[in-house]
Ligand binder design. Sequence first.
Ligand SMILES: *Cc1c(COP(=O)(O)O)cnc(C)c1O
Length: 635
Amino acid sequence: MHNSWTVADSAELYGVNAWGAGYFSVSEQGHAQVTVPTEDGKATVSLMDIVAGMRARSLEMPVVLRIRNLLDHRIKVLNETFAGAIERGGYQNVYRGVFPIKVNQQCHVIEEIATYGSRYHHGFEAGSKAELIIALSQLRDTESLIVCNGYKDAEFIDLGLYARRMGYPCFFVLESLGELRMIIERSRALQVEPLIGVRMKSSVKVDGHWSQDSGDRSIFGLSTPALITAIDELREAGMLHCLQMLHCHLGSQVPNIRNVRNGVLEACRFYAGLVEEGAPMGYLDLGGGLAVDYEGARTNSTHSMNYQLEEYCVNIVESIRETFDPLEIPHPVIVSESGRATVAYSSMLLFNVLDVRSWEPQLRKAALPEDCSEALKNIQEVLSVVGRDNFQECYNDALFYRDEVREQFQHGQASLRERALADDICLAILQRIAALVPELSRVPPELENLPELLSDIYYGNFSLFQSLPDIWAIDQVFPIMPLHRLDEEPVRRGMLADLTCDCDGKIDNFSLPEGAVSTLPLHPLRDDEDYTLGVFLVGAYQETLGDLHNLFGDTNVVNVAINADGSFDFAREFHGDSIADVLSYVEYEPKHLQEQFRQVAEGAVRSGRISVAERQVILRAFHDSLHGYTYFEHH
Ligand SMILES: *Cc1c(COP(=O)(O)O)cnc(C)c1O
């Protein structure tokens, strides 16, 4: 049928070679595949083989699939690219990365970062007591930094001071002056010298979504007068020597390298000012912001980035060296808190499509009733004449007659069947016109959206609110592509709807090489086969921001480790929430629910509506549902 379509055409259409960063591509068989670097080469695995392995293990869709190798590789590349820039630039100190736990707090992800990252002394950034507890329990390497941001109470400070006592370089980054007074007090009480950092407010305006994280009104960081007060108070307490870090975070997903450069240059001036004030310093923490190119477009638009990692590292290293060398300030340890760029690639959300709604006329073969209204006859007439030369007129007429029939229906002058026929015939006319639109040299404005209005809706087995919250919250764009049939032309176009009955539970904003579009090219469903889609690059921020909208819970999670010979292991699997789990989150007691329902069933037995045997079947069904997956299950 579509013999001329090749897998290369699919790769081109979905842009996978651009956003896939060498990790994702399309196989000869038309499957999405993942390639990971190995000791002496690389290994490639079809994602459909992993899906088959999940099926065999009863791990139902939707599933978050994590590829451990990709997480390791991102940590490696980040550290080695900085090390390379440092060496080539003659920089006289080292890089120390910290992973901001808030970006993905999942236990396995954090464990992997702690274990694999220890070879680079990769540490953690904690923004709360809970995150500090995670960091303290996972880090074994006492050369790895712990950077504590966020508002800290006495308990938080004590924990950090105990970490210091046990040998960890654990920094408190000041968010306020009140906090400083508490740190001074607690460190005296526990007799532990703290390591202190100050968070500056950058005045650099950044592009992208997080532009408000910087600037004078930013809710984070100390104003310059507060900074000077902090120095004075530290000096007075005889603790100025504890001030060793400057912290600067421009915001997440900074798409423009010029913003990065300006941010670093400004931070260097602050750092120099602190040195001048007599603080020993030694660490320059540049926060997060290293972007991910979700679109593969290489531009400074919000979901993209106009630089590569190499350029990012070189810019930072050179900016610091060029600012400090003339001032004879020793080069500081460069710290960054890259979250997104570390974890985004390693996770993807996989889900199957449950149904497709096509806006196809359904009643076309039905004859008009003999005594039907003139309006209905007229709209039928329009359908028989619509063509390239009269489409504009036909468009107007179709809507006019359809509305007339609706009006008649409203007044009891047309039947429900007649109204359905009018709607259906109108749809047929619009479909014909929509098919003409792509061929027109000039499209009338009212017809521009017609193909989109008539596009399919693919119903996916997932909850946007649970698994892709940023699509809802901040219009985040993620690359989405079928995992299979990529050797076949995707002849339909559709938007995606999730399982929640919420009109926001949809995806209708895609970034393809052809541009920003509201519909994705997709394949028609087949009766005998699941249609599986992947949402890629979802490792950052999606897993715990998700909520229980409509009580769809955590999805199943599979962690796969790919071996050098191309085989793979299901290193970990987690079964997602059961219905009992999510009900208990909203304060139902599952055992009590079962008992309440038992009473309902027993009442039905007593009144003779069901037999005792039926009662048993019904109670079993209730029990099985209660302990089953919250998503759509195949049985
Ligand atoms: C969120 C955050 C980060 C992570 O930013 P990314 O852009 O994901 O790298 C780092 N540091 C601080 C202080 C943050 O608030």
